[in-house]
Design a protein. Structure first.
Length: 365
């Protein structure tokens, strides 16, 4: 694409309600942030977030896979990472209710520029790069969670990186809620039983969601343990003119991801770690306040593992159980009742590398 064509596309999207900066509504579309780790094995049977931030693996069935942050990327496009899925257990007897999806859930308040459900509704363009070990037909779906509406389009893979640019028409029916809940799923279908694939793919316009029409014609990623699938450069923007992927600094992407999840401490991987200071509520209870690096989407849940030492009155007490005393999107107060100290004294938390202390806060959609 020439510079003149890029400028024309950008102007077209701005006129259609998009913008030049932060035009990509997808977070971590370049797959650069992986706070949970760079590889996860044995994924299957249930859904979850495993490696690259904001990308959910949703599935049901007997197939199993490994998900990795991989260095295979399109040449000359500025990417360093992709998501790689590797089939490790095939599933050739597909039950009706089975499925495999890669999903990003998007808050309604981040979708208001689309104008969905109004006379000023605008089209949505999704672009992405994919490759696989063979030719497959997979499905890209926009799933409107607020109004039970959807639209789907097939895309194909080859053994080389291919860029797809898919424009979905404007929908004047059903507005997105303007809040911090999930309103739209961008879904890549890689496997589906007859419940989701026995109908006719709904490609022309948004329509009431009928499961049988969501993934008709999809190939099965789980057909062989030889199968691999790669994706990167995912962009969702307002307007009908696709633009080049919007690269941003790593710290900017990390900051956005930490609205949904972050690792506050991981001494096994980061080395000796100091946590926040606090105070002794009584002779056996310590309380510390963890200020989040970013306003989180909602009050987060806490996951704690390993051993965290609490220092007070000239001694360390090892603690293995922490819970949330109170929490909001700005900070969380943690409580532990395994110390022996003087009520009212100050304390601080510390984890040697050998203690493998890990503290995670999660407010994912």
């Amino acid at each position: 694409m020439t510079k003149a064509a890029e400028l024309a596309n950008l102007i077209g999207n701005i006129n259609a309600g998009g913008g030049g900066v932060n035009r990509n509504i997808i977070i971590n579309g370049a797959m650069n942030v992986a706070q949970r780790g760079t590889s996860s094995t044995g994924i299957g049977g249930s859904s979850g977030y495993f490696t690259c931030d904001r990308w959910l693996i949703a599935q049901s069935g007997d197939g199993r896979l490994t998900m990795s942050q991989d260095s295979s990327v399109p040449t000359g496009k500025g990417f360093a990472n992709s998501i790689k899925l590797d089939c490790t257990t095939a599933d050739t007897s597909i039950a009706a209710s089975e499925f495999l999806q890669i999903v990003q859930k998007i808050e309604g308040q981040n979708l208001q520029s689309i104008g969905k459900g109004t006379s000023d509704a605008k089209p949505i363009t999704v672009s992405f790069y994919v490759k696989a070990n063979a030719t497959f037909n997979f499905v890209c779906e926009l799933n409107d969670l607020d109004n039970s509406r959807h639209i789907s389009k097939l895309f194909s893979t080859t053994t080389d990186w291919v860029k797809h640019e898919i424009t979905f028409p404007a929908d004047t029916t059903g507005a997105f809620d303007n809040d911090n809940a999930a309103s739209l799923n961008l879904t890549f279908w890689l496997h589906a039983g007859s419940t989701y694939s026995s109908g006719t793919l709904n490609t022309a316009s948004f329509a009431s969601r009928t499961n049988a029409n969501r993934a008709a014609g999809v190939s099965s990623f789980y057909s062989s343990t030889d199968n691999e699938f790669f994706i990167t450069g995912v962009q969702l923007e307002v307007g009908q003119n696709p633009t080049e992927f919007e690269h941003e600094p790593f710290e900017s992407t990390l900051h956005k991801c930490q609205r949904y999840y972050y690792v506050a401490m991981d001494s096994a991987n980061e080395g000796d770690s100091h946590g926040p200071v606090g105070c002794n509520y009584n002779s056996s209870t310590a309380r510390i306040v963890w200020f989040h690096p970013q306003h989180m989407r909602a009050s987060p849940s806490l996951t704690f593992s390993g051993t965290l030492a609490v220092y007070s009155n000239g001694q360390f007490d090892d603690t293995t159980t922490w819970n949330l005393l109170s929490s909001n999107n700005k900070y969380s107060q943690l409580n532990n009742s395994q110390i022996s100290a003087t009520s009212g004294d100050g304390c601080f938390s510390y984890a040697p590398q050998a203690n493998s202390a890990k503290i995670q806060f999660d407010s994912e959609l």
